[in-house]
Write a protein that binds this ligand. Structure first.
Ligand code: ZN
Length: 280
């Protein structure tokens, strides 16, 4: 059974908090998000349950399962369970949990490590960790202060801005290009087809054209990053061999993603650096 009696959630972003609650959710009050016009509200997993909250599972590709929560607060993430012979990794965290979902994930081999790419994606990570024998929850050091609730088995890692890299389970690595948040992380895994896959959260966002990507300080408020930071992100992820990208909201670059990142970073940096101002 999963205990939900110690968790309060922001009713907008869905991120878990402990008592005493702040006046306003720090994640939503930040310039990257927003507090809704009606003001701050809080909720609890059992309220979501009473409204019929559920988690749906879809196979994204062999050994990648998306967990999509329904009827609960949140900003639309599509967490992914990466399955490996050495343990499974949950990348991004649903804002809900129930016994059916736990049983389903157990059937796929459980969870050995949990990592949110950045604080908007913390979800109810303490509850997911507790349901899987206190699986370690990896939190980027520069963003640690964003935790509204500290999971029992929190592993603080890295210094952001491209410094650190860790192995979550053998064959699944994470590093911190930064950008969207100072500690924004990406996760790299080599799929059974031998091709690399990069889970980019909001560090690298997919766009309508699958040959391109973008980079933002804030997606809801359309705030850009500088050309220097975008070039740094592209340089950082060039260490990895990857063909596909899965970004935060179910977006995907299905082929040639490594080249798409480099091409897109170059275009973006030229725009924000003023090279094309004559076109505006
Ligand atoms: Zn919030």
């Amino acid at each position: 059974m999963t205990s939900t009696d110690t968790v309060t959630q922001c009713a907008t972003c869905g991120v878990e908090h402990a008592e005493p609650l702040p006046q306003v959710c720090a994640i939503c009050a930040d310039e990257r998000q927003y507090v809704p016009a009606g003001g701050q509200r809080w909720t609890r997993p059992e309220e979501s349950a009473s409204r019929g909250a559920s988690i749906e599972f879809t196979e994204r590709e062999v050994d990648v399962i998306n967990l999509v929560h329904r009827n609960c607060p949140g900003i639309g993430q599509k967490p992914a369970l990466i399955r490996t012979d050495h343990g499974n990794v949950l990348v991004e965290v649903p804002n809900h949990i129930n016994d059916e979902a736990v049983a389903a994930v157990r059937g796929w081999g459980g969870i050995s490590a949990i990592i949110a790419s950045h604080p908007h994606m913390y979800g109810v990570q303490s509850l997911w960790s507790a349901a899987f024998d206190d699986a370690p929850v990896y939190v980027s050091a520069p963003d640690e202060q964003c935790l509204g609730l500290r999971p029992r088995n929190t592993v603080v890692w890295g210094g952001g801005h491209g410094g650190a890299e860790i192995e979550l389970v053998p064959g699944v690595r994470a590093s911190q290009p930064g950008g969207h948040f100072p500690g924004s992380a990406v996760v790299h895994w080599t799929a059974p087809d031998g091709r690399g896959v990069l889970f980019t959260g909001d560090t690298i966002g997919s766009v309508a054209d699958p040959g391109w990507v973008t980079f933002m300080r804030s997606f809801p408020n359309w705030m850009p990053l500088s050309g220097a930071v975008v070039r740094r992100i592209a340089e950082h992820v060039s260490r990895y061999d990857f063909d596909r990208i899965y970004s935060n909201f179910g977006g995907c670059v299905p082929h040639g993603a490594r080249a798409a990142v480099q091409r897109s970073a170059d275009r973006y940096a030229k725009w924000v650096d003023g090279e094309y101002d004559h076109l505006t």
